[in-house]
Each structure stands twice: as structure tokens, then as C-alpha cells.
Design a protein around this ligand. Sequence first.
Ligand SMILES: NC(=O)c1ccc[n+]([C@@H]2O[C@H](COP(=O)([O-])OP(=O)(O)OC[C@H]3O[C@@H](n4cnc5c(N)ncnc54)[C@H](O)[C@@H]3O)[C@@H](O)[C@H]2O)c1
Length: 371
Amino acid sequence: MKKVIIGVVGCGDISKIYLENLMNVFSITEVKGCCDLIQERVAEKQGKYGFEVAYKSLDEMLQDDDIEIVVVLTQPLYHNSICLQVLEAGKHVYVEKPLSPNRKEGMIIKKLAESKGLLVCGAPDTFLGASIQTCRSMIEDGWIGNPIGVAANMKSHGTEAHHPDPEFYYQVGGGPMFDMGPYYLTTMINLLGPVASVAGSTAISFSERTITNHKRNKFGKKIKVEVPTHIAGIMNFESGAVGTIVTSFDIWRHNTPFIEIYGTEGSLSIPDPNYFSGPQKLQVQRLIEGWYDVPLMYEYAENSRGLGIADMAVAIRTGRKPRANIDLLYHVVDIMEGFHDAAAQGKVLPIMSTCEKPAQMEKILLPGEVK
Ligand SMILES: NC(=O)c1ccc[n+]([C@@H]2O[C@H](COP(=O)([O-])OP(=O)(O)OC[C@H]3O[C@@H](n4cnc5c(N)ncnc54)[C@H](O)[C@@H]3O)[C@@H](O)[C@H]2O)c1
């Protein structure tokens, strides 16, 4: 299959693993060039990964007829305007999470893409990896019976101790729900289907954060917190399953699992959905006492960020639906904003959007192949 040519916007922290995988792992993708507001970052990445062009600007990249997909790896605040600019230029776009800081802006992107016949796909793509695909097979093959409930926990004390530029995590489009919620919600939707209604509670436990790493001479810098940093949500899935999720940047220590799914016959413990593999554990009430490690049944157990782009590239060449598609991305944004709205209004709110469970990955693939 002819390679799909890619341009990357944003050469910051996360760009390294994308460039590594898009250039060296997936057989369908090729990165022609990158751009960043900070030109030295492009030069540094070009020196390391050897892509052909260091574009001086996004405009210059968009004028390059070779580029088919633009991958947006900027801070969340800029995702929307860049996605719109890329679509207006007639190119497909793959955007890091979240798609948008709210439904309104997400819907504008969705409508523009539809009107132009272009694809918008996006992160996370960890749900296409070996662990979560294995968990999906376990559920669909009936190992835990009918899923009735799910509990999800993303608890940490934020990003200022490790991220070189952590400010955006505390601005609109950031916060633990918009930053980390997409991993958990996408995983749960992939395993249980779409969400019909939500309730929520939110808090800002610390109005100010202090940077405590030395990566960019920002040690001691204060960050004003503009968004809730502790969010508890309840989800009623269309299937009838009931779920809870806590995402927090306010918790120092905890001992709760990432995601557990409870079925009529047993329980499944899902590993960290921020990664492509980890221990997936099963407990079947009538067969197994204690947790049993489930062997991986799918490819892409290593850090395969960009797998969703390879999947999108195959979709472009074959005409099939991409897995990390706009309906899924928008449904996740709808749910995340729904928790915040429900908390503000003190009500259970319907989720008006829906999506299909993405098709499962193929079990047998050649190295670097996606089908
Ligand atoms: N860092 C991580 O561990 C991580 C993990 C998963 C996902 N993400 C997501 O990836 C995205 C980027 O995160 P990051 O940590 O790499 O951020 P970062 O701040 O390290 O890098 C972002 C880069 O985008 C550039 N940029 C901003 N606006 C631009 C524009 N208009 N044109 C060109 N370049 C522009 C900035 O100059 C910067 O170099 C975010 O959406 C984040 O949620 C990050």
C-alpha cells in the first residue's frame, strides 16, 4: 500500500515517540516534515529523526501538496484553530487529546470535516494496543458475563513535578478530565459502548500550583489554576452498565485500580489506559479464586503512539472507517463537558451524542502492519 505522507505541527515533549514510530515502525506512514513556533525544536528533531523538511510555519506546511495528514501535537489551547486551518487547506487531521475544550468547538471541527469530506481522527490510540484489545476480546467472548458496572480512577498530584512546561494543564482545555479523561473514557467506550447520561461533582482543591522541576529554569514559578482539578463522574451507559470515574490532580497517594469492569460472571482489571500494555487480570466467580493474568492476544504491546495515525492512513487508502474517528472523539468531549455541566447544575444530564464501538484490531499482523 502506498505510504501516506504526514506533516507534524508541534515538536515538544510528546513529538519524540510519534516521530520515532511514524518514521520507523509503521509501514504505511512517512513524515515529510515538521513545524513549531520555536524553530530550534524543529531543527533538533530533524537532526535526530532525519525528516526531509523543517517548515518555517504551518502555512508553509499546508502549501505542500505532498502532505495528506497533519498531526497536531501542540498544547490543547491551540488544537481547535489549527484543526480548522488544516481542514480549510483540504488536508486530513489527527489531533492529540482532547479534540476540543468543549462541545461547541468540537462540533465546528466535526461539521467542517464532514462538509469537506475529510477525516478528523485523534488521540488516544492506546485502546488499539495489545492490552485493551485483549480485554475487549475477553468481554466479547463472555468471560465476565454481562458487564454491569465499571470503576475508573486517574489520581495524581498533577504535572508540575515532571513536565517542562506544565502551565497548560491548569488552563482551559487542561485539568485532569480533559487531559487524562480521554484515555479512560475511550477505553470504557471501546469496551462497553457509548454513554447515555452523566452526573458529576468538581473541585479546585489548590488555587495555585508551583513548578518543582528544573527542566526549563521554571523551578518555583507559580501557576494559577483555572479549571477543576478533582472531578468525580457517574456514567449510565446505553448498554445499561453503570460507571464511576474520578480524575484528579489533587491526590498525593492512593491505592485504587485504573479501571475494573464488573460482569454477571466475574471481573476484569484493565491496566493503565495511558499505555499499550500492562497486566490485565481476570477473576471469574465460578472458575478462578483470586486474579488470573490474561496473556496478550494482540500486537502493539510496546509504546506505539501513532498507531491511530497508521490506522487512519489505512482508512484513507482503503476507504474503511478509521477506529479513532471523530464520532468517538466528539462523544468523549461531550461526556467530559457533561460531567462539568452536571456538577454546576446539580443534575443528571443526557449525553446527546453517540458513537459505534470501534472495530477490533486484527490479531495476526506483520511487524509495522495495521489492517
Ligand atoms: N507530554 C506528554 O507526556 C503527553 C502525553 C500524551 C499526550 N500529550 C498531548 O500532546 C500535546 C502536546 O503536549 P506536549 O507535552 O508535547 O506539549 P509541549 O508544550 O511540550 O509542546 C507543544 C509544542 O507545540 C508548539 N506549538 C504551539 N502552537 C503552535 C503553532 N501554532 N504552530 C506550531 N507549533 C506550535 C509549541 O511551541 C511546543 O513546542 C497536548 O495535547 C498533550 O495533551 C502529551
